[in-house]
Ligand binder design. Structure first.
Ligand code: CDP
Length: 212
């Protein structure tokens, strides 16, 4: 079974994906890390983020096992990731790796922007997680402060709005809910309530699957 979770920056899809994977014993891939990894590789090599050919080569060479989540999680890397994620060749280079992951025999949860629309349109469960920009900025602000990044709430909100516009406006696999996705607005939900809502969506989908 494949669970596709999409949504804008800091909507809570990563935490939700992780919890669902633990609950159902599935593998979990946070696909944002792939784009963050490509951006990191360019910056480490001293190359500009706008260099599409180098970004594509970095995407082709990306090694899942080598991604250091801690180094990739910062605010600056989210912004950088959304620049390289707009290049169609970078996206194309990462498709197979994601589809292979989705075929894990135990089941898989993938979260990102285009899982339900482009990577796994056949996913049995598609959830589009949203929350207001202000709520998402407040969550991301708390997370960054915990990481020791000293940044103002207004800066985080501006970053989120800019990233929403870039991710939704790009031509290649823009951020968009699949037609058959269930919307989960977490503005007024804590993680427990969002998790329970998502579990029941998955349970309902499981009940309608053919046995075996
Ligand atoms: O956690 P947050 O939502 O801030 O970021 P992320 O999910 O790690 O994604 C970082 C950036 O990678 C996004 O702003 C997107 O531009 C890009 N991305 C994408 O294009 N497609 C995906 N499936 C996942 C991320």
């Amino acid at each position: 079974m494949i669970i596709a979770i999409d949504g804008p920056a800091a909507s809570g899809k990563g935490t939700l994906g992780k919890r669902l994977a633990e609950h159902f014993g599935f593998a979990h891939l946070d696909t944002g890390l792939l784009y963050r990894g490509v951006a990191r590789a360019l910056l480490d090599a001293g190359l500009p983020l706008e260099d599409a050919a180098s970004a594509t080569r970095a995407a082709e060479a990306l090694d899942l096992a080598g991604l250091d989540e801690d180094r990739l999680r910062g605010a600056e890397m989210g912004e950088a990731a959304s620049v390289v994620a707009a290049f169609p060749d970078v996206r194309a280079a990462l498709v197979e790796l994601q589809r292979r992951f989705a075929r894990r025999p135990e089941g898989a949860v993938l979260d990102g922007r285009d899982i339900g629309t482009a990577i796994c349109p056949e996913a049995e469960v598609k959830i589009f997680v949203t929350a207001s920009p202000e709520e998402r900025a407040a969550r991301r602000h708390r997370e960054l402060l915990r990481r020791g990044e000293d940044v103002a709430y207004e800066t985080v909100l501006a970053d989120i709005r800019r990233r929403d516009a870039r991710d939704s406006g790009r031509a290649s696999a823009p951020l968009k809910a699949a037609e058959d996705a269930r919307l989960l607005d977490t503005t007024a939900l804590d993680i427990e309530a969002a998790f329970r809502a998502a579990v029941s969506l998955v349970e309902n989908a499981k009940a309608t699957l053919p046995a075996g």
